[in-house]
Design a protein around this ligand. Structure first.
Ligand SMILES: Cc1ncc(COP(=O)(O)O)c(C=O)c1O
Length: 372
């Protein structure tokens, strides 16, 4: 059983064929329609399609005025693209520890991470659960800093009545096949800030603005556009968004009920007022369970699992460059070693979920660490 299977059918095939037959392939009408759909879903004034969440994060950081040598505060526990986007701008990622119960940035550790070189705060909505944005926004406001949501996994997530992507100065979604909806590769930047949206529009397409006859290059921009081929897939996908979210939430509730009595396995949940997308269903295992042995035992039972996500300070590039000790990020380090992602997608049947639960129960039972 695979970890994730995108929900694709004849609608995406027809949408792609239509674009190919039109002969207009790059950013155009389909992209504009897709952007309008995501703006409607998130309630943001502007939604701008990009080639991935990684390029979207980079572009948003540039648009927000982050420059080489600046610091950007991010949680320690994320897919390393979060930190890579900061490094690509020549800036320094400053890692903050997470909360054990949500895997999200712990706001009680945020303020001490802010220095005079801090230019932005970038919370991640881990696995589709919105970070605790009220205290984060309050600290950011006090320090005059913009907040960029890494909402890669959180399309359809809700925090206290407001949609992910509309909770900070700007937000960025991913449409990689493991995300809520997919365009194969792709992303979207959302913001209510007109001036930021304008800068992003120019920088996204070579730094060019249209003159009467020719383009004029007013900045050394990027080519981070999404093609209409990809946008057409996204348009077909966004029609399924409500059903996909509903399916993921139902499957998550069913799986949680099946795992409830497995000793040492802590299932995910959402704080009051927060709606999880369950882009990934991630459990935390007690320390006496060898997570990597569980992954191997699950594989032997034909069930694909993986780690939760990465303690970025443990990855070779960040370890060698910044040398952050595990003791500075204890919860991040713990989650890196003990979190486990299980298969979860709307197409899973009750029988499939029984298979996952049984495989986990058996795998945990045979993966106990020798204790001294
Ligand atoms: C939290 C987070 N941020 C950023 C990314 C990068 O997304 P993309 O693959 O669209 O560049 C991912 C992808 O896995 C992610 O999980």
């Amino acid at each position: 059983m695979r970890l994730n299977v995108p929900v694709l059918d004849a609608a995406e095939l027809a949408a792609v064929a239509e674009v190919l037959e039109s002969g207009y392939l790059t950013q155009g009408a389909r992209t504009r329609q897709f952007e309008a759909e995501i703006a409607a879903v998130t309630g943001a004034r502007h939604a701008q399609a990009v080639s991935s969440a990684t390029t979207g994060l980079h572009l948003a950081l540039v648009g927000l005025g982050v420059r080489p040598g600046d610091e950007v505060v991010i949680p320690g526990f994320s897919f390393p693209a979060t930190a890579n986007a900061v490094v690509q701008q020549g800036a320094i990622p400053v890692f903050v520890d997470i909360r054990r119960d949500t895997f999200n940035l712990d706001p009680t550790h945020l303020e001490v991470a802010i220095t005079e070189r801090t230019r932005a705060i970038m919370p991640v909505h881990a696995f589709g659960l919105c970070a605790d944005m009220d205290p984060i926004n309050e600290i950011a406001r006090r320090h005059g800093l913009p907040v960029l949501e890494d909402a890669a996994c959180a399309l359809g997530g809700v925090y206290r009545g407001r949609a992910a992507g509309s909770l900070g100065t700007a937000g960025v979604f991913s449409f990689h096949p493991r995300k809520i909806i997919t365009t194969a590769e792709g992303g979207m930047i959302t913001t209510d800030d007109d001036a930021l949206a304008e800068r992003i529009a120019v920088l996204r397409a070579h730094g060019a603005v249209r003159g009467e006859l020719f383009m004029e290059f007013v900045d050394a921009g990027f080519n981070y556009r999404l093609s209409d081929v990809h946008a057409a897939i996204g348009l077909a996908q966004v029609q399924k968004l409500a059903a996909i979210l509903d399916g993921r939430r139902r499957a998550a509730a069913s799986l949680t009920a099946r795992l409830a009595d497995i000793p040492g396995v802590h299932t995910p949940s959402a704080p009051d007022g927060v709606e999880h997308t369950y882009q990934s269903y991630v459990v935390l295992l007690d320390d006496d369970i060898d997570r990597d042995a569980v992954i191997r035992a699950m594989r032997d039972r034909d069930v694909e699992t993986t780690l939760g996500t990465y303690g970025m300070h443990l990855q070779p590039y960040f370890r060698e460059r910044f040398g952050i000790p595990d003791s500075a990020l204890p919860e991040t380090t713990h989650a890196h070693h003990q979190a486990l992602t299980l298969p979860l997608y709307p197409q899973l049947t009750d029988d499939d979920l029984d298979v996952v639960a049984r495989a986990l129960r058996e795998s945990v039972a045979t993966s106990t660490r020798e204790t001294a």
